[in-house]
Design a protein around this ligand. Structure first.
Ligand SMILES: [Fe+2]
Length: 496
């Protein structure tokens, strides 16, 4: 690892050209003009006096020399200098980049050409500045959009690293976060422009290497380092240009953003560091907000899970109902070959499907006799109330529609939306079957529980009307498999 101190400005070629002009040719011309305008006339006066030549004859060469020196050498030179100065003054007070006329093949022409080269370079630099300003604007706008979206912190960080590295003309970029317990930095996300492999499990001790040092000291670092020490495996060059800035919250480092350019590429400068530090401070705030939101969300989730249990506790007949619905729904999902994420969603939706009952009055909720039409209307609000309770939890995003639609009927006669057939979310169709089955096989205030065989017959009867026949078929298979396991265990003398 090498740190590098910015070197002083190199001598500019234009400055060299101007220096030689000043020292040699311009001085020679001035000397020549002085000679013609004063030295030669004095010599002529001395010559006239020594040889007693009448002044009226000597005056002609004296005047000729003085005029010649002025008109042929001094005046054109002063005129050209004034022209260049006037042009430079005009250009410096305007925003145009017109070039100075360089027809003259003398030192003034050279001065003008030097000025033109400086102007062109300035124009080029301004173009570069304009384009990087555009880039930064675009970058900040994309980051702002991502910060306001609900796609989660991982997408935001990926986007930030990719765009930041591109904006800084870097070949690789990574974002690592401090793991306080282990006193290490762990790779959170990385990006590279040409397929360089980043190790997603890369970790480095705080204080070790460039990134570890930056995260420990809370200070930025510019220099060179091996790409492998920043978590990239197969870099072609031995040492890359590196720029790493800490992510800090209230002066406390929580990670580091690092970008690398290939060896031989332009070294990172202070402007790059300032840009990366500015992005780093925004990312640190975004990470903090995300963590705070996560804490709030976790607390909310724990609260509504407790609420779901509280709803069940009100009604002794429904004790354990929600958990069993989640269990049956997951089994149906497994039978239908659904993925792990969907199975988790089915379990959560099972636990939470009746949470909206918290908003229903006890005299309706706990009524032992059949509900009146008005009471039924109130009761039918529970999926909508449940939807509103679950909706704020971002991690339960897929559960929301299942809670809302778990009382829809396959034939379209259900509530609250009257959806029909496959318009009802598959998870809600599964949940409905699990809910119905558990209601049949458990005691209710108005009837005794039915046997599994009676429940199977009831479900078969409802296929295509209340329930999706495909889901019923899957559930009957689940029950059949359970029966097979039970009888096998019985035969073997073991509990199932
Ligand atoms: Fe329900």
């Amino acid at each position: 690892m090498h740190s590098r101190v910015a070197s002083p400005a190199q001598t500019h070629p234009e400055a060299k050209a101007l220096s030689s002009l000043k020292e040699a040719r311009l001085e020679a011309k001035l000397t020549l003009a002085f000679g013609f305008m004063s030295f030669i006339p004095i010599l002529l006066v001395v010559w006239a006096m020594m040889y007693a030549i009448p002044l009226r004859i000597a005056i002609y060469p004296i005047v000729l020399s003085a005029f010649g020196g002025y008109f042929l050498i001094a005046r054109p030179m002063i005129h050209s200098v004034l022209k260049v100065i006037e042009r430079i003054r005009t250009l410096s007070s305007s925003h145009s980049f017109e070039l100075v006329d360089t027809d003259e093949h003398n030192e003034i022409g050279e001065l003008a050409r030097s000025f033109n080269r400086i102007t062109q370079e300035l124009e080029h630099k301004i173009d570069e500045l304009e384009s990087s300003r555009e880039l930064v604007k675009k970058l900040l706008s994309r980051i702002g959009t991502a910060m306001n979206s609900y796609e989660g912190i991982d997408n935001l960080l990926n986007l930030v690293i990719e765009n930041t590295a591109a904006a800084l003309e870097a070949r690789m970029g990574s974002l690592m976060l401090v793991d306080g317990e282990k006193q290490e930095l762990a790779m959170k996300t990385a990006w590279s422009s040409n397929g360089l492999a980043a190790d997603p499990h890369f970790r480095v001790k705080l204080g070790e290497g460039v990134v570890g040092w930056v995260a420990k000291e809370g200070r930025a670092m510019r220099g060179t380092c091996k790409a492998s020490s920043a978590g990239f495996a197969n870099s072609r060059s031995e040492e890359d240009e590196v720029l790493s800035v800490p992510l800090k919250l209230r002066d406390h480092p929580i990670g580091a953003i690092t970008v690398l350019r290939e060896q031989g590429a332009r070294a990172f400068v202070e402007d790059d560091e300032m840009l990366l530090a500015s992005i780093g401070s925004q990312v640190a705030v975004a990470i903090e907000n995300y963590r705070l939101n996560l804490d709030v969300e976790r607390t909310y989730l724990e609260t509504i899970m407790a609420l779901a249990l509280a709803v069940e506790a009100k009604d002794p007949y429904s004790a354990g109902h929600s958990k069993r619905v989640g269990f049956y729904a997951t089994k149906i999902g497994e039978q239908m070959g659904l993925d792990q994420e969907m199975l988790r969603t089915l379990n959560d939706a099972g636990v939470l499907h009746d949470i909206g009952k918290i908003g229903i009055k006890d005299e309706i909720l706990l009524k032992a006799t059949p509900l009146t039409p008005d009471e039924q209307k109130v009761m039918q609000q529970h999926p909508i109330i449940g939807e509103a309770i679950v909706k704020p939890v971002r991690s339960l995003g897929k559960v929301v529609s299942l809670v809302r639609h778990h009382h829809e009927r396959f034939d379209g006669g259900g509530y609250p939306s009257g959806l029909k057939g496959e318009a009802i979310p598959l998870g809600a169709r599964i949940l409905a079957v699990a809910d119905t089955y558990d209601a049949i096989v458990t005691d209710r205030p108005y009837r005794k529980r039915l046997s599994v065989d009676q429940a199977k017959a009831e479900l078969t009867r409802c296929a295509g009307a209340q329930h999706d026949p495909v889901v019923i078929e899957a559930f009957l298979k689940v029950l059949a498999e359970k029966e097979t396991r039970l009888s096998a265990a019985k035969d073997a003398g073991h509990p199932a």
